[in-house]
Design a protein around this ligand. Sequence first.
Ligand code: ADP
Length: 656
Amino acid sequence: MDKRPASHWRGTQGNKGAGRPRDAYRILAAVTLSGVIFAIDSLTSLRSAVAVLYVVVIVLAADVGKRSSIIIASAGCAALTIGSYAYVHGLDGEDQALLRFLFSLAANAVITVLLLRRRSDLQMVEAQARLLEVTSDAIFVRDAEGRIIFWNTGAETLFGWPAEEALGLKAEEILDVTFPASRSKAEAELDERGQWEGECRIRARDGRHVDVSTRWFAEQGLRDYSRVVLEASVDITARKASEAALKASETRYRTIFETLAVAILEHDFSAVKADLTALRQQGIGNLRRYLAEHPEFVRAAREKVRITDVNPAAAKMVGATSKSEFFERLDDFLSDDNRSFANCLIALDEGQPFYQAEAVVRSLDGGTVPVIVLLTFPRGEEGFDRVLGSIVDISERLRFQEALDASRSELENASRAAMIGEISASIAHEVNQPLAAIMTFVQAAQRWLNREDPDLDEAKFALNEAVNATEHASAVVRRVRMLLGKAKSQDSEVAFDDVINDAVRAKESELSDNDVAVKLDLKTDGIQINGDRILLQQAFMNIIVNAIQAMEATPADRRSLTISASADGSALCVRFSDSGPGLSEGTSAEGLFKAFQTTKPNGMGLGLAMCRSIATAHNGKISIGNRDDGPGAVIELRLPHTQTRSAEAGPDAGKQ
Ligand code: ADP
C-alpha cells in the first residue's frame, strides 16, 4: 500500500493548479449548503439556532485558501441569517428568537476571526518552508515513522534523490549513513535532548560518499501531533579532504623530522619578528647600523627565541637522551658571540627565505660543537612561531681541515728547507769547481815564476786560466741567483686579473681564518703580461702571506688588505696595502729584498728576495714602504704589460 502522505509542504505549490476544480466543488458545496440552511431557517418552524450551521459554510470557503473567500462567505452567511430572521420574525421577534439570532451571528464572527488568524499562521509557516527550500544546506523532515515529509533542493543535490521519489520513503532506507558512533546512540540523544549533531558519511544515490555535518531537531508535527524530525546537513567533503591532506602532510613532515639524520630544531621567532616590526614602525631605516649600535637589542632578541621542538638527531648532537633535556632558549644553546645572530635578524627583517651561517653551539656536558646552521624563514607575516633550522656538526670537517693545513705548512717548511739545502749544495758544488781551478792555475803560475828560469808564457797562460775560472765562478753565482728566482721558463701571455684572482683565492681560507677583509680594486680588465703564471702567482701569494703575518697583532676588526691595480700605456702597477704596523723606523726597505733578511723568529727571509727575482725576471720592479694614508705597509710592483684583450689597444700596445 502506498503510504505516502496525500499532501506535504513540497507538494503545496505543485498542487495549486490541480486544486482549482476542487475549489470550485468547495464553493458549490458551500453555496448549496448555505441555501439549504437558509431554507431550513426561514421555512421551518424549528426552534433552534439553525443559523449556527453557517460556520460549516465559512469553513468550506476557508479551505479554498483565500482571505477574500472567508470574508465573502462570512458576510454572505451573516446576511442570510439576518434575512431569515427578518423574514420569519419581522421587527418584533420574541426574546428567544432574538437570542438565537444573536448567538448565530456571534458564532459566525468568532469562526471568521479564527479562520483568518489560522490562515495568516499558515502563510507564515509556508514562507518559512520556502526559506528552507532555497537554502543550499540539505534539509529534510521525517515523521514519527521515519518517512520523509519534506525534502528540499539542497537534499536533492547532495543526496541525488529527487523530492518526488524521496517523499514518503523511509530516510534510513534511501540514505546509507555511517554515524560517528551508531544510529541508535544518535536517536537516544535526540529523544533525550530534542536534538543531536555529528559528522557522518552518507552514500548518495549514485554511490559517491559525501561527508556531512548534520544536525537533528525533534519538533511536534504540524498536521498531527506526533513528533517530526528535521535533519539539516552541510557538505564538508572538501573540508574533510583538505583536512586529511593536511594531516597526511603533517605526518610526512613529522616522519622526516623524527627520522632524518640531520639535526632539526623548531624555533619560535614570533616575539623577535614583532620587535623588528616595531623598530621599523619607529622609523629605524638602517637596521644593520642600529644593531651594531644597540647590542642589547640583539641580546634581548636572542633571549626571546624559544626552541619549541627538536628531532632525535639534534638531541643526540648535544648529548641529550630525550627531547625534554634540550635547551629551551636559543640563547642557552648558542655559545658564540652576537655577530652571527645579528646577521640572522637582518636576514629575517629583509624577508630572506634562508639564513646560513657557521656557529658554535653548546652541548649538555658544557662542551661546544662547531656547526653550520640553516634557518628557513616563512614567507609573509605568518608562521614565525615555527621557524625550522637544520644544523650540521662540522667538528670532523674542521679537524680534517686543521690537519690538512698543518701538513701543508709542514710540507712548505720541508720544501723550503730542501730548497735551501739544494741551493747551498748547488752553490758549494758550482763554486767549488772554479775555486779549485783558480787555486790550481795560480799555484801553477807560481811554480812557473819560481823556476830559476821563470817561464813567463806558461805563467801568463795559467793566470789567464785563473781569470777564466773566476769569471766562471761569478757566472755560477749569477745562475744561483737566477735559480732563487726560478728564472722565467714558462713564458706565455697571461691575463693579469686571472693571476691575481687565483692568488687571492689560493689564500682565501688563510685570509678569512685571520679575519682579514680583502678589497680588490682592479682596473686592469684585459691587461696581459708576458711571463710565467706560476711564478707571478707565487710572488703575489708571498706578498699576501707577509701582509697576513704583519697584521697578526692588529685587532681583528681592523685587519684589511687592499689590492689595487691599474695600467697605463706600457706598465701596470699593483699595490698591496695592509693595515699592519708597517716597517719599523730605521728599517732599510731595500735590505728586506736581500735573501735571508727576516725580522720573524721563524722567517726564512727568502720571500721578498724571490719576489724581486721574479719581478726582475719579468723586467719589472718591486718596492716596499709605509702607507702615507695611515698605518701599514704597501708593496708596489710595476710590470710591463704586452697587450690588452680589448679592441681599443693595438697588438703591440705597451710592448717594451
Ligand atoms: P720572511 O717573511 O720569511 O721574514 P720575507 O723576505 O718575505 O721573509 O720578508 C722579509 C721581511 O720583510 C719580513 O721579515 C718583515 O720584517 C718585512 N716585511 C715583509 N712584508 C711586510 C709587511 N707587509 N709589513 C711589514 N713588514 C713586512
